[in-house]
Design a protein around this ligand. Structure first.
Ligand SMILES: C[S@@+](CC[C@H](N)C(=O)[O-])C[C@H]1O[C@@H](n2cnc3c(N)ncnc32)[C@H](O)[C@@H]1O
Length: 394
């Protein structure tokens, strides 16, 4: 559906010409995507025109602000249409109403135009009341040294176009951190480890969140295999005056520090079984909060066998996706068996990658029921797999 050219052309033209007033999206009934409605309108934030998408989820409302550049708007709309499996999109414009309906097989759309005033004036943005501005934890327009140094924003706080997705990802991540904030211990210094930190956009953002927004003392470590990346991160932390954030070269497997005294373990896109070793450290240390976005779950893809699932496992692509889901389901269950409450949530709209599931885990210490263990053992047995997380915890 993302490739429906007619729809993209129409939307791009309406936005570029200033004719689009607002839109509403109705998701397909009976398919639970977690989104109940999407709408968008033009808003003026700090003198700049933006489009604000309002995404109604089952239990909360999310706001996404994007610039009024037509292609950026179209990208965001397409991502949301796909995500909510839309059935109808209504575009209210100065040229009247456009009603766009997805064909049942979702291969294309039908566009109906209900007409409107000729030569109508361009759409005016609505001014945004103070309490309705979204709501990003790091708002656009607020210049921050670390985001400038990372090339995400310029000195006026404007987000650079190629980094917009990263900016959205950073804010989404901080929303999740904000969500679990009260699950963290109320101790003087919070100790946080980021396994497989890479360039550390999110690590720096987390440091900013805890120290500047929450005004907490922290001691944060980022760990990665790559020497040059770690060198650059340490230089950047120093340049930003982030004196309690430091980075170490090393492998997650061999890291010894995270067994105790750690309040939060973060592991975002650490490849394949590197995630298991990070989870192992966190579980053994009964770390209160774990945020983990697994990726490249290859391990079980090479192991899984099941006669009943033969029609599915026959296809490489399906097998790969199934194995990735199986890996994360088993990880989640192991975490539950080890006393964690686990939620699996969508990390961010990574439209072009399925690597967007996050295991959000809070330690409760509650023993898991024998049934949960039996279910785990049955699944592992039937799929004939041997997850690394289980073996390293033994
Ligand atoms: C895809 S990047 C993710 C970076 C960052 N966490 C993010 O989400 O933006 C994965 C990083 O994990 C690191 N990594 C992979 N396996 C690792 C291991 N066993 N020990 C330490 N770092 C590892 C890689 O070097 C790479 O920088």
């Amino acid at each position: 559906m993302t490739t429906d050219i007619k729809l993209r052309e129409l939307v791009t033209k309406l936005v570029a010409n200033g004719n689009l007033i607002s839109l509403t999206v109705t998701p397909t009934k009976g398919i639970n995507t977690g989104i109940t409605k999407v709408s968008a309108r033009r808003v003026e934030i700090k003198g700049r025109i933006n489009w604000q998408f309002e995404v109604r989820l089952t239990k909360q409302v999310q706001h996404i602000n994007v610039s009024d550049v037509a292609s950026v708007f179209a990208d965001q709309l397409e991502a949301l249409l796909d995500k909510c499996m839309f059935s109808t999109l209504n575009l209210k414009t100065t040229e009247g109403l456009y009603q766009i309906m997805a064909k049942p097989d979702r291969s294309s759309v039908k566009i109906i135009h209900h007409g409107g005033a000729q030569n109508a004036p361009k759409a005016q943005p609505e001014p945004v009341a103070h309490n309705r501005t979204k709501n990003y934890i790091i708002p656009e327009g607020q210049p921050l040294d670390f985001l400038q140094q990372l090339g995400v924003m310029d000195e006026t706080g404007r987000v650079l176009q190629p980094m917009r997705r990263k900016f959205v990802q950073i804010n989404r991540f901080l929303e999740i951190v904000d969500d679990i904030y009260y699950s963290l211990p109320n101790r003087d210094v919070l100790r946080i480890v980021d396994f497989g930190c890479g360039k550390s956009y999110l690590t720096f953002a987390m440091y900013h969140y805890f120290t500047k927004i929450k005004e907490r003392k922290v001691d944060m470590v980022g760990l990665d295999l790559k020497e040059q990346v770690i060198h650059d991160c340490n230089k950047l932390a120093e340049a930003c005056g982030f004196d309690k954030l430091h980075f170490e070269v090393g492998s997650i497997e061999e890291y010894q520090e995270a067994y105790s005294n750690t309040d939060m373990v973060v592991t975002l896109h650490a490849c394949d079984t590197a995630t298991d070793f990070a989870l192992e450290k966190a579980i053994k240390g009964q770390v209160p909060v774990i945020l983990s976005v697994p990726c490249c779950q290859h391990e079980l893809n090479g192991q899984v066998q099941n006669e009943t699932l033969a029609p599915l496992l026959k296809y490489g692509l399906l097998k790969e996706r199934f194995a990735a889901l199986l890996t994360d389901a088993l990880r989640a269950r192991i975490l539950e068996l080890c006393g964690y409450k686990v939620d699996i949530i969508e990390f961010v709209d990574m439209e072009h990658t399925p690597k967007n599931l996050m295991l959000k885990c809070v330690y409760t210490g509650e023993p898991a029921s024998p049934m949960k263990r039996r279910e785990y053992e049955t699944l592992v047995g039937e799929m004939q797999v041997h997850p690394t997380l289980e073996s390293v915890l033994r």
